[in-house]
Design a protein around this ligand. Structure first.
Ligand SMILES: Nc1ncnc2c1ncn2[C@@H]1O[C@H](COP(=O)(O)OP(=O)(O)OP(=O)(O)O)[C@@H](O)[C@H]1O
Length: 816
């Protein structure tokens, strides 16, 4: 073997083992030829390698630890130093036999043997030429096998394709060395100086990051051109991986630099703040982090919080965004997430609480208990939302509160009256100045649990405007299919409302958006009779007011008769809110006297009432007599619930004009026109001379002009008033009526019957005229409420006149 001046890569590092060792040469084409001409011994001791493949011409160090290997190397080193080297198929096999080794291997020459302090030996071997194991003859003390030469098909020297492949291998090898920080730059020097093409291919194959199986496959290729091409492919993959790795590393490096820069700047800000006497915000952030550990967030929320707190940490506390971000994070900490109170489904106890807080309302309470029973059995909150519907002050809101207490849940309430802006429900995005979460999320924060009883007051007063549609946001709140992910703009997250128990209250059904109404179970809470109001006053309102003013029941007593006086003379309502206010006035009167140490009647007298509340204000809320033609009592639905109204009409000389006053709506005015036209076309039936219609103007008025009134239910009343006017006959005494009329002369049913009946009783009405179809509404009312009332059911307008108009003329009847 001729000596060449260059060493291989492996030998460079091996110099560390022995400073004085002779340099190991690179294989030249001449060396190669010489080796190929050498005759292969018939048998060879076979050294199996666990995790590497030896290629011809390449020098590698091997550490031998197995006893058999050590003996083989020692024996060979003492003999002709030639061994056969074969890679194991499976590196985990400890004592490989014939079946565990690959068939193709490389003849090697031992260049040097080094004994290691731990008893192992490191042997430096150089591959010579490939062989094939023909047969393993012995396995002990080490493997010996007969071997065969493996011919290598080499392309012709002037094969252009092969030259191109070799050039590419060289170029790519140089690129790889340049990109790999771990390969010493001397390696490129070696590559440039390799003269033998097959050595170049073997050298590169040996040094690439390939698996043993891949390397073995390369070794087994008999055609050099094919092997070179396969090697080039592997190199390409390696090069791409390397580029990718470098790319990622440089990105990471850049990120690190950015973070370091930010950290450095923050430290500077902190120092400047401390110098200026300010406090650093680290403490604040740490405190928030500590609080966050106690939250029962699911993964998504926790991840979001951590991201946002990292943002806060990087912020300058002096900028406005800092406090927005801090508020935002505090909301996450203050809001209850998956924190539930345990429901008390003891229905007997629930009933007791409802009875304790509310007098009467038996039907309502029964329906609430039924509702709770269903919830108990279903054990989820997927039942429809309750909607308590009725006039003001009948206890809808306070029923909601009692339900919360009965269930052992927290109670929150929002009033939706006049709410126009969707953002009030859903909140503003936090980029707005002064942004806040919506009322739903704010209330939950106040409740402190994720399953409170949530009263939505006045759901009928939600209004639409250009600022979005609050009712569609409300739909999302109330829809069990959607409310597990209720999205608040400020929170920027879905919040689960599915465990919240929503109770809506409403004064009217017609103004609730139909989609909302469909999702609710409506429970009608009607108004109270005078007797009931007296009881409520005595049992609930007076004790409540005494307590609120710090008095006891020994310091003020109001008897039933006096309570009735207050109800009748000073309140005009279906509910009891006005009564509560009047009682409060009486209580304040006692409180003032006690504080000023002045004498007063502990037991309130009728005169005391007049002294404190003034003269009775509502005497006119009574039925008036029937002495005047054209005055009729109607039953209506107004903002206080059921109420009575009077319709007055007069005739004056003119040309048959009709004028209508009293702040009436379109529908009510239409009723007047219908009544008028109906009378004109049926004048004969009512004994009216048609010429009157040309000679007189008619004026209809509904007193209390300040209160707007509308609805079709005054039709029958208008009709009766006009017939009485044109005939100058008296209207039946103590009669009130309600019903819509049509041009064909039919009477149609109207709503709010219960409330109207209560109003009639309050006004001391004795007889009531209604459409036949309203009979079933009357049959549903508790008999107590109907005591002392007579009902007349009609289908036609002529029936109305037969019942309502007497044959008696009024006093001073006009001669028409
Ligand atoms: N049946 C009742 N028994 C005892 N107290 C009652 C009863 N009904 C109403 N109250 C009391 O009357 C007051 C007014 O009731 P509440 O505010 O619940 O009325 P509401 O129906 O919700 O009215 P609004 O429709 O105006 O909101 C409360 O103090 C309530 O406790």
């Amino acid at each position: 073997m001729k000596k060449s001046k260059f060493t291989t890569l492996d030998s460079l590092s091996l110099q560390e083992f022995d400073e004085n060792s002779e340099l190991i040469p690179l294989m030249t084409p001449e060396d190669e030829e010489e080796i190929n001409n050498e005759k292969l011994p018939e048998t060879l001791p076979i050294l199996s390698l666990r995790n590497t493949v030896l290629f011809p011409g390449v020098v590698i160090p091997i550490t031998a630890g197995r006893d058999t290997s050590i003996k083989l190397i020692n024996d060979a080193n003492n003999g002709n130093k030639v061994i056969g080297v074969v890679a194991q198929k499976d590196e985990s096999v400890e004592n490989p036999t014939a079946k565990d080794i690959n068939e193709t291997g490389t003849v090697a020459r031992i260049l040097r043997v080094l004994k290691m302090p731990d008893g192992n030996i490191t042997v430096i071997i150089q591959g010579k030429k490939r062989f094939k194991v023909a047969e393993v003859i012995t396995e002990k003390p080490y493997m010996n096998a007969t071997v065969r030469d493996l011919a290598e098909a080499k392309p012709a020297i002037n094969n252009k394709e092969f030259s191109a492949i070799i050039d590419s291998i060289k170029d790519l090898a140089l690129e790889i060395i340049k990109e790999s920080p771990n390969i010493p730059s001397e390696a490129s020097f070696a590559i440039k100086n390799i003269e033998s093409n097959s050595f170049l291919v073997n050298f590169v194959s040996s040094n690439m990051n390939l698996t043993v199986a891949e390397k073995q496959a390369l070794l087994e290729m008999n055609n050099l051109k094919e092997r070179a091409l396969a090697t080039l492919k592997f190199m390409n993959v390696e090069f791409q991986k390397l580029e990718l790795k470098n790319d990622i590393q440089s990105k990471v490096q850049m990120d690190m630099n950015q973070q370091q820069r930010e950290y450095f700047l923050h430290q500077q800000i902190k120092t400047i703040q401390e110098e200026l006497g300010g406090v650093s915000h680290d403490e604040e952030v740490e405190e928030m982090k500590a609080r966050s550990k106690e939250k029962l967030w699911d993964k998504k929320v926790a991840k979001h919080f951590n991201k946002e707190i990292a943002k806060l940490q990087r912020m300058n506390p002096q900028v406005a965004e800092y406090s927005i971000q801090r508020n935002y994070l505090e909301l996450f900490l203050d809001l209850p997430w998956n924190e539930f109170s345990t429901d008390k489904f003891d229905l007997k106890r629930a009933k007791k609480i409802l009875d304790r807080d509310h007098f009467g309302l038996e039907d309502v309470k029964r329906r609430i208990i039924e509702y709770l029973a269903v919830l108990k059995l279903r054990n989820d909150m997927k039942s429809p939302i309750l909607c308590l519907y009725g006039p003001p002050g009948v206890g809808k809101t306070s029923l909601g509160k009692s339900i919360a207490e009965a269930l052992g849940r927290e109670y929150v309430r929002i009033s939706l009256g006049g709410l126009r802006d969707e953002a009030e429900i859903r909140g503003h995005r936090k980029t707005y100045i002064g942004a806040m979460p919506g009322r739903i999320i704010q209330s939950l924060k106040k409740a402190g649990t994720s399953n409170p009883v949530f009263v939505l007051d006045e759901i009928d007063k939600l209004s639409n405007s250009h600022q979005g549609d609050p009712s569609s946001a409300m739909l999302e709140v109330l829809d069990p299919e959607q409310n597990s992910e209720f999205y608040d703009n400020f929170l920027e997250m879905g919040y689960d409302l599915s465990k919240v128990m929503f109770i809506a209250t409403s004064n009217s059904l017609s103004t609730i958006q139909p989609a909302l109404r469909d999702r609710m179970e409506i429970i009608n809470v009607t108004g109270y009779t005078i007797e009931e109001k007296v009881e409520i006053g005595k049992r609930h309102l007076l004790p409540k007011q005494l307590k609120e003013h710090g008095l006891t029941n020994k310091e003020l007593k109001i008897g039933k008769a006096q309570l009735e006086k207050i109800v009748e003379g000073y309140t005009r309502e279906s509910g009891v809110r006005g009564l509560e206010k009047q009682i409060a006035k009486m209580v304040r009167y006692a409180a003032k006297n006690i504080a000023m140490e002045e004498d007063y009647n502990i037991k309130i007298s009728n005169n005391d009432i007049i002294e404190v509340l003034g003269g009775p204000k509502l005497e006119r809320d009574k039925y008036e007599n029937n002495s005047v033609a054209g005055v009729v009592t109607g039953l209506a639905w107004t903002r206080v619930g059921g109420d009575i109204l009077f319709i007055e009409s007069i005739l004056s000389k003119g040309k048959g004009n009709l004028s209508i006053t009293g702040n009436l709506g379109k529908v009510m005015k239409e009723s007047a026109t219908i009544a008028m036209e109906y009378i004109k076309s049926n004048a004969d039936e009512f004994d009216i001379d048609v010429s009157i219609f040309e000679k007189y103007n008619v004026h209809i008025h509904v007193p209390e002009g300040a209160t707007p009134k509308d609805g079709p239910s005054a039709g029958v009343t208008m009709l009766t008033s006009l017939v009485s006017l044109f005939t100058q006959r008296k209207v039946k005494k103590s009669l009130a009526m309600t019903g819509e009329i049509t041009l064909r002369g039919k009477v149609l049913p109207v709503g709010g019957i219960k409330e109207k009946i209560l109003a009639a009783k309050r006004a001391r009405i004795k007889e009531i005229l209604l459409c036949e179809e309203n009979r079933r509404d009357i049959e549903e009312i508790k008999p107590d409420y109907l005591k002392g009332l007579t009902f007349h059911y009609v289908t036609d307008m002529s029936d109305v006149i037969k019942i309502a108009i007497t044959n008696q003329k009024v006093k001073n009847a006009k001669k028409l």
